[in-house]
Ligand binder design. Structure first.
Ligand SMILES: [Fe+2]
Length: 313
């Protein structure tokens, strides 16, 4: 059986690991699975390198961490529905101007499914078509953020929760859109999705939560955020905007430049992620699986309302 090798993601980051040697043959081995899940729990994200670039291995890696979440992507998404394999391709066709340059598929910091009560465990991401410039995925660690943000601000949010709404994506962001970023044009998928989600129910998640290890996680994101639960007021908005500014100032991101033989998993209960965008003339196509799960601390704003389904953002 092929041996796996584990090393830190980077000497100057307090999170993340790089693993080589994972193949379909050893992905079902109980010892290998335990070793990799321990690294995932502790380090929060893993870059698997020199992987066979196949759906079969992507699914096999995903299943090392748990069962896949079955998504039925709605027809508003310009994505191939691959529910049969659990692997989903996506591209959105939205253009932003970032620092004066037009970029396709720029995405701000976010965690996936924040607008539902249940948070999936994470995703396994793989690049199918890599643009020659840009297309970098950023990852930010909520434990690093909790430890490094201003203690006064941190104390203010210790027992506050944040409201998230699908309608506040892309051109409708209420918080954290940098002055250097302007929406230019949205693809059909985005426009239709935003229109369809105007009255979608909203979800609430704690700004800070405590892992079983005792470590605290600052888990907030500007994308889709409506504001602070119970403080959806100008004062509350000002406070949340200050927190997001602090996140932008203190996050120590890992920025992943893709190779076709990479696969990356991140802990969706701990990390935020983002996409740099790429020049619009170059296609960028990514493929992911989603690992089912929940950390149990989210809720729908109005108890009993059905969470939005069919999205993977
Ligand atoms: Fe995402």
């Amino acid at each position: 059986m092929t041996e796996i090798a584990i090393r830190p993601l980077s000497d100057d980051l307090p999170f993340g690991a790089r693993i080589t040697g994972v193949a379909r043959e050893n992905s079902t081995d109980a010892g290998v699975r335990q070793q990799i899940n321990d690294v995932f729990e502790k380090r929060g994200m893993i870059v698997f390198e020199h992987m066979e670039p196949s759906n079969a291995l992507q699914m096999a890696v995903s299943e090392m961490f748990g069962p896949p979440q079955a998504y039925a992507l709605t027809d508003v998404m310009e994505a191939s529905d691959r529910v049969d394999t659990g692997v989903v391709e996506f591209e959105y066709g939205d253009v932003f101007e970032v620092d004066g340059q037009q970029l396709l598929s720029w995405l701000p910091w976010h965690f996936d499914a924040c607008y539902t009560d249940k948070l999936n465990r994470g995703g396994i991401l793989r690049a199918i078509t890599i643009p020659p410039e840009g297309g970098i995925t950023g990852f930010g660690d909520g434990i690093q953020l909790y430890n490094d943000i201003d203690p006064t601000l941190r104390a203010r949010f210790e027992h506050l929760s944040i409201v998230y709404h699908t309608h506040l994506m892309f051109m409708n962001m209420r918080f954290g859109l940098p002055e250097s970023v302007k929406p230019v044009s949205m693809g059909r998928a985005v426009t239709e999705m935003i229109a369809a989600t105007k009255d979608a129910p909203r979800a609430v998640h704690p700004a800070i939560w405590t892992r079983p290890s005792g470590e605290k996680v600052l888990h907030v994101a500007p994308w889709q955020a409506a504001g602070i639960d119970g403080m959806l007021t100008p004062e509350g908005d000002e406070l949340f905007a200050a927190l997001i500014a602090e996140v932008h100032a203190k996050v120590i991101p890992y920025r992943h430049k893709w190779s076709p033989t990479d696969m990356v998993i991140w802990d969706n209960w701990r990390f935020i992620h983002s996409v740099s965008g790429n020049p619009p003339q170059y296609p960028r196509q990514m493929q992911r699986t989603t690992i089912a799960g929940d950390y149990g601390l989210g809720r729908m704003e109005i108890a009993g309302s059905a969470p939005p389904v069919g999205m993977d953002l």
